[in-house]
Write a protein that binds this ligand. Structure first.
Ligand SMILES: Cc1cc2nc3c(=O)[nH]c(=O)nc-3n(C[C@H](O)[C@H](O)[C@H](O)COP(=O)(O)OP(=O)(O)OC[C@H]3O[C@@H](n4cnc5c(N)ncnc54)[C@H](O)[C@@H]3O)c2cc1C
Length: 417
């Protein structure tokens, strides 16, 4: 048997394994090495913060989806391309030989990009991050309820979000929804005093969408009291304070960071063609200079024939690259010609709270009820297994009619107090 190893069980890696299970020759074993034994639906993480869905509903265990693939829940530490060996660890060190390898490990939060970022902000990359943020928000409401000093109370209910891309905007919208529905349980906290400040480095939020939808979102936020600061950048973060490029100091007891990503350390290797830490691939996603190596998803710079530029780091592109790569791998093993990646995105969706997402499908803009149905429909289609689809559907409906979950989960062992 020969080994094909996929590193990373996210949007790209899981889709690739699913496709290869059907098309890979019988004399090949498929291994999937991933830090977690589940895929996380990152676009739904802001809804975990806003308690619109349960954390377990935005994850799907890899073993429920894959049958032929051998799954290993491990962290890859190093790859030796000469001896074609992957080195990893879980509770112990291990290694695995490969004949073909696909790198699809995504990226991680870059908490070192600004002074104070690591120490004083909350990143949003994983379900754990989303739960930590949700807990912090509830903790701040509880503290503001009993604090005697008015100025401190206002700081406690000021939430600063760095980054006006998908995750920053969706987090701001969900947070505002959550504060609105939670306020009746916090009588001493005046909702009109709660502040959400979104700081964005460019001249419009949601740059991934059309200018019109950015404008719609911006106006919606203004109406709801969410303050959007454009063309502003944080230059340093201190405990409960953000210093901006303009010199202004913003005080807020919760600072959420959705900016900055960096590749995983094991990707750094002089054998790979890297640009800003990402692997530059050939148009068919093979990697120049190393035989049997392929890369896709957020960790790679994959040229898109359709646009003539590199693919953006989105779930939609990771998914489509995986479908193309499955065909290319099978073709290359049987000596056939591979094809370049070429994809015209169908559209984009962003949930901005109040159950009113904004969407743009084939150039047509949707907001309100149609946008809402599209957003929910797309994710229900994407989430694997019928059981999870039903649970997510029920949970969304539940959240529309019943009060939010304001339980503060301690995440501590009982003897830690
Ligand atoms: C909060 C948030 C909101 C987003 N919203 C949207 C959106 O609305 N629309 C959109 O299109 N995109 C959105 N994205 C981006 C989208 O999630 C990514 O583009 C997509 O997940 C990329 O897929 P991937 O497979 O390359 O990486 P990922 O899905 O991140 O998967 C990477 C995998 O690699 C594994 N891994 C990492 N390091 C190692 C290691 N050392 N060893 C083994 N395994 C490892 C991880 O555990 C994970 O399973 C959002 C992202 C975030 C964080």
């Amino acid at each position: 048997m020969k080994n094909l190893v996929i590193v990373g069980g996210g949007f790209a890696g899981l889709k690739l394994a699913k496709k290869l299970e059907k098309s890979m020759p019988e004399d090949w074993d498929i291994f999937l090495l991933s830090k977690t034994n589940f895929i996380t639906y990152n676009p739904l993480l802001p809804e975990v913060i806003g308690a619109s869905v349960l954390p377990s509903h935005v994850q799907a265990p890899l073993r429920l989806v894959l049958k032929r693939t051998r799954i290993r829940m491990v962290t890859v530490d190093r790859i030796d391309y000469d001896s074609q060996t992957v080195f990893y660890h879980n509770d112990q060190q291990g290694s695995l030989k490969f004949d073909q390898i696909v790198l699809s490990a995504g990226v991680q939060a870059n908490t070192g990009m600004l002074p104070g970022l690591r120490e004083h902000t909350l990143p949003l990359k994983t379900v754990g991050d989303a739960l930590v943020i949700r807990n912090r928000i509830i903790e701040r409401l509880e503290q503001a309820t009993i604090h005697p000093d008015e100025k401190r109370r206002e700081e406690l209910i000021t939430f600063v979000i760095l980054g006006g891309g998908f995750s920053g905007v969706e987090t701001a919208g969900e947070l505002e929804d959550f504060l609105c529905s939670a306020q009746r349980y916090y009588k001493n906290v005046d909702k009109s005093k709660c502040q959400i400040i979104l700081i964005h480095g460019n001249d419009r939020i949601l740059p991934e969408l059309s200018p019109k939808l950015s404008e719609v979102t911006h106006k919606n936020f203004e109406k709801r009291g969410i303050k959007v600061m454009l063309n502003e950048r944080a230059t340093r973060i201190d405990n409960e304070a953000v210093t901006l490029k303009s010199g202004e100091l913003i005080r807020g007891a919760t600072i959420i960071c959705t900016i900055g990503t960096t590749p995983h350390p094991f990707m750094g290797n002089e054998r790979l063609p890297l640009e800003r830490g990402k692997i530059v691939t050939r148009p068919d996603m093979s990697v120049e200079g190393v035989d049997g190596v392929w890369a896709m998803g957020d960790c790679a710079l994959v040229p898109n024939l359709k646009s003539g530029s590199y693919s953006p780091p989105t779930a939609q592109f990771a998914d489509r690259q995986a479908s193309r790569l499955a065909k290319n791998i099978v073709a290359s093993l049987s000596g056939k010609e591979t094809k370049p990646f070429s994809y015209q995105p169908q559209g984009m969706l962003a949930s901005i709270g109040h159950n009113k997402p904004v969407a743009e499908i084939y150039g047509i803009r949707f907001t309100g009820l149609i946008g809402f149905m599209l957003w929910r429909g797309v994710y229900l289609l994407k989430v694997p297994t019928l059981a999870r689809k039903v649970r997510l559907f029920l949970e969304w409906n539940w959240a529309m009619f019943f009060p939010p979950d304001i339980a503060h989960l301690g995440f501590k062992k009982s003897d830690d107090d």
